[in-house]
Design a binder for this molecule. Structure first.
Ligand code: SF4
Ligand code: SF4
Length: 450
């Protein structure tokens, strides 16, 4: 069965998934890795090693006692040559550990499968594995699996939509590691006591749909749901509606409607970790785009510099116009090939001018297409204008913070107006206005009677 109306709005984006049918290649150990101590949504980890230390694969390099953090492990064995601020894929400087590899890939002692006898053991193991959302979000998985008290979860949704153009890393995970996906899904369902599991996958991946249906055919709790292909199907709120027909309101979370959403590669990693005890140290990355000589999926050690990844993929066949970590709709443009692959890197795209150049914007013709395309029901044109006017009040009134930055509005705009850039600016203006209000409220009132 195909769900015909996945969600309101969205866009029909080109698929460009030419790497889909090529098996993943394991990339060799690079001469050095740069491992940032922030690879998740939340708080940066404190360094646990220093310059001159020798480290082994799976050894903890950084950790934090804060809730919104997960340990960062070494992906290699070798010598720590620097612990300092270094350029991070997000475009800012972040404390990172640089390691000169020795090529031996010696494992740290104590890497054994975790003993899990209770839900608490399970959540502790998930945290210890260093797992974050591997679909691109990087949200700490142990936090996602432990919603606040009072929220009743009855459904696990596995996100296998992979709706952005070019990216095929989840698709290859489904074909190459099906057993791990089954093990991961069953572990989450067992330890969280969930009896309904929905797997949402777009109908442009018929082979993967069949593989998943066969793998889960003996489990009545699991339903594999092929969804009509529509961007941004993989966004949490859209997927929850498409699969479970539950609407997550503005400012609300999936747990508010009784749902936890996990990316399919995240679930698969969990299956592997529970079996091996090897923490998150490598990632499958789709390397693609018109400039890449040999587009393919590579299994890359975390911390590998982008330059090494592209060299391994044969280098560039023409002058790159844009390098993106992630997909072309929601990915982050990279300004240096010295940044490195992090936990949630699912794609590296190198686009020539013909694919990556933003055409010059012209005046808005008030066609309303951006309104129709917005899956969140926002008014992108109004938000963009208000941001240009620095009008935080209007931005808040029109719920700028609800924008998921999917880029559907800009994609359909015939005038090629950079709506998402404007909306991001608007979000910053709202945050600044809120901070200013708080600071003013915290100031002691003058003229008060003694
Ligand atoms: S306003 Fe935000 S959520 Fe709506 S289409 Fe544009 S980027 Fe997507
Ligand atoms: S899609 Fe572009 S041209 Fe049309 S109303 Fe929106 S901003 Fe204006």
């Amino acid at each position: 069965m195909i769900f015909q109306s996945p969600f309101r709005g969205g866009a029909s984006v080109p698929h460009r998934k030419q790497t889909a049918e090529r098996a993943t290649t394991v990339m060799p150990v690079p001469p050095k890795v740069i491992i940032p101590l922030l690879q998740h949504t939340g708080v940066i980890c404190d360094p646990k090693v220093q310059k001159g230390d020798f480290v082994k694969v799976g050894q903890i390099l950084g950790d934090s006692e804060k809730l919104m953090a997960v340990p960062i492990h070494s992906s290699v064995s070798g010598k720590v040559t620097n612990v300092d601020l270094m350029l991070w894929a997000g475009g800012i400087q972040v404390t990172s550990v640089e390691i000169e590899t020795d090529g031996k890939q010696e494992l740290a002692p104590g890497l054994v499968p975790p003993v899990v006898r209770s839900k608490e053991d399970f959540l502790a193991a998930v945290r210890a594995s260093g797992l974050v959302g591997l679909g691109g979000a990087g949200f700490p998985t142990h936090v996602k699996l432990a919603p606040p008290a009072g929220k009743t979860i009855d459904t696990l949704i596995i996100n296998a939509a992979e709706c952005e153009p070019y990216i095929t890393s989840d698709y290859r995970e489904i074909l190459e590691n099906t057993e791990s996906i089954v093990a991961g899904v069953q572990a989450v369902a067992t330890h969280l006591g969930l009896s309904r599991i929905l797997i949402g996958i777009e109908d442009n991946k018929p082979k993967a749909v069949e593989v998943l249906k066969k793998a889960f055919s003996g489990d009545p709790k699991v339903r594999v749901l092929p969804l009509r292909t529509r961007y941004p199907q993989g966004a949490e709120k859209m997927l929850i509606w498409a699969t479970a027909r539950r609407a997550v309101g503005v400012g609300k979370l999936p747990s508010d409607v009784g749902v936890i959403v996990l990316n399919v590669t995240t679930a698969s990693f969990l299956g592997k970790y529970l079996k091996t005890g090897l923490p998150l140290i490598k990632k499958r990355v789709t390397v693609a785009g018109g400039c890449v000589k040999e587009p393919q999926n590579l299994e890359v050690l975390i911390g590998t510099p982008l330059a090494d990844v592209f060299n391994f993929a044969g280098g560039f066949v023409e002058e790159p116009r844009k390098v993106i970590m992630g997909g072309p709709m929601m990915g982050v443009a990279q300004h240096s090939l010295e940044t490195s692959v992090v936990k949630h890197t699912n794609a590296l795209l190198v686009l020539p001018a013909s694919e990556g150049q933003s055409p010059a914007a012209s005046a808005c013709i008030r066609c309303g297409r951006c309104l129709t395309a917005c899956p969140m029901g926002l008014a992108p044109l109004m938000l963009n204008r208000s941001a240009l006017n620095n009008d935080a009040e209007i931005l808040e009134r029109y719920e700028v913070m609800a924008c998921i930055e999917c880029g559907s509005c800009a994609f359909v705009c015939p005038s090629k107006i950079q709506l998402v850039q404007g909306i991001r600016l608007g979000k910053t203006q709202v945050r600044l206005a809120e901070a200013k209000k708080k600071a003013q409220a915290a100031q002691p009132t003058t003229g008060a009677r003694a």
